[in-house]
Design a protein around this ligand. Structure first.
Ligand code: NAD
Length: 364
């Protein structure tokens, strides 16, 4: 039987609670689709600091190295807020993991299910029927990493400087991921840039245009980032796959998260290619939600869908991944709602974290 190695890093706050449900769903899906996972559970974030003084303990990194994918919960919380910034759970664990593995492609599905449009701050007439967008953000290049950076005095003036630099290979590899993702969906790919102002965006656009003939099934369009931000709030349903550079992606994915309704519904994947395979870190888009941790009320769907993305992208278990997505949709269609989704409308049942896990497993 096919066996995949997974490093399981539940982390802090609601992380362990929602991870438990994702692993229960994984048990069920393995049984149904005839594969196995070999899981190594490790401390990370605040749990790592409490365990051995490090947000990313050496044994955790070693387990990630030995794995084919990382299933990550979330890290951080008030207990560790007084630590110096570089030692805190997020900076001390997530960023080093991204850097260590060169996870350059961040995939964030922004799905607003038809039954949950009331949870979105957008007017219902703009999103009736819901929407389903996949946003792909370049994660290791651009202004956040460009050198030089400078803040100081030059010629008697205080100056601050960041550098926005992209190498062609960085744009090419994210473009291939985006074209392939679009092929697996409706075939519509919108590349977001600022080519009317930024030189790096001119190259970005050139690369996408040059690669487009390799993907004749994909209909490529371009949009300036300021317009994309407006269009997302005006008519999100017009988009299928969006792809953009690091800084623009940071901003647009947060906009997308809020228009979808609850953070508890949104998974993510950060990918690279390692030894010819798609390696990834799969995690919910939200954080450790200390305000609700330990109460059994967190929504486990983002974690469950992150596990589904792992099956799809790292293991190529497409049927199993489709089944996870479908089971979540079914549980929602049946009216199952954790507290973040509950509006007390007719047909809704308020369920716990465990209750939502049970509903997804039953739907499988
Ligand atoms: P957060 O995402 O943890 O919470 C924001 C709000 O969304 C809270 O009201 C929370 O209850 C709610 N929420 C989030 N996930 C939910 C879920 N699954 N079900 C129901 N409600 C949910 O953001 P925050 O409050 O700004 O940060 C809390 C901690 O998380 C901080 O320590 C922060 O540094 C950390 N954080 C970690 C990550 C990560 O691990 N990737 C990301 C963001 C924030």
């Amino acid at each position: 039987m096919k066996t995949y190695r997974v490093a399981v890093l539940p982390g802090d706050g609601i992380g362990p609670e929602v991870m438990e449900e994702a692993l229960r769903v994984l048990d069920a899906v393995e049984c149904k689709y005839g594969f196995r996972t070999e899981r190594t559970a490790c401390h990370v974030g605040g749990a790592g600091i409490d365990h051995c003084g490090k947000a990313l303990p050496a044994e955790t990194l070693a387990a990630c190295e030995a794995a084919e994918a990382i299933l990550f919960g979330s890290v951080g919380g008030p207990k560790w807020d007084a630590l110096p910034p570089d030692e805190r759970p997020e900076r001390g664990a997530l960023l080093p993991l991204r850097r260590h593995f060169g996870l350059y492609a961040n995939l964030r599905p922004g799905v607003c299910l038809p039954e949950l449009t009331a949870a979105s701050p957008l007017k219902e007439n703009l999103i009736s029927g819901g929407f389903d967008i996949l946003c792909i953000r370049e994660l290791t290049g651009g202004m956040y990493f460009g050198e030089p950076k400078f803040y100081g005095e030059r010629d008697g003036e205080v100056v601050a400087l960041d550098t926005l630099v992209y190498h062609r290979y960085e744009v090419e590899r994210i473009a291939h991921i985006a074209f392939k993702a679009a092929m697996g969906r409706s075939g519509r790919l919108c590349s977001v840039d600022k080519a009317n102002v930024l030189t790096s965006s001119v190259m970005w656009r050139d690369v996408f245009n040059e690669l487009a003939p390799q993907y004749p099934e994909v209909q490529l369009s371009h949009m300036y980032v300021d317009n994309a931000a407006m269009q997302l709030a005006r008519k999100p349903g017009q988009f299928d796959v969006l792809v953009t550079e690091n800084t623009f992606g940071d901003i647009l994915t947060d906009e997308m998260a809020i228009i979808c309704g609850s953070l508890g519904m949104l998974p993510s994947a950060s990918l690279c290619v390692r030894e010819g395979n798609t390696f990834g870190l799969y995690e919910p888009s939200g954080g450790s939600a200390p305000d609700i941790a330990g109460q059994g009320i967190a929504n486990p769907i983002a974690q469950i869908l992150s596990m589904g993305m792992m099956l799809r992208y790292s293991f190529g278990e497409t049927a199993a991944a489709d089944a996870v997505d479908a089971a979540v949709r079914k549980a929602i269609a049946q009216g199952m709602r954790t507290r973040d989704l509950y509006t007390a409308a007719a047909g809704e049942s308020l369920v716990s974290t465990r209750g939502m896990g049970d509903a997804v497993i039953a739907a499988l």
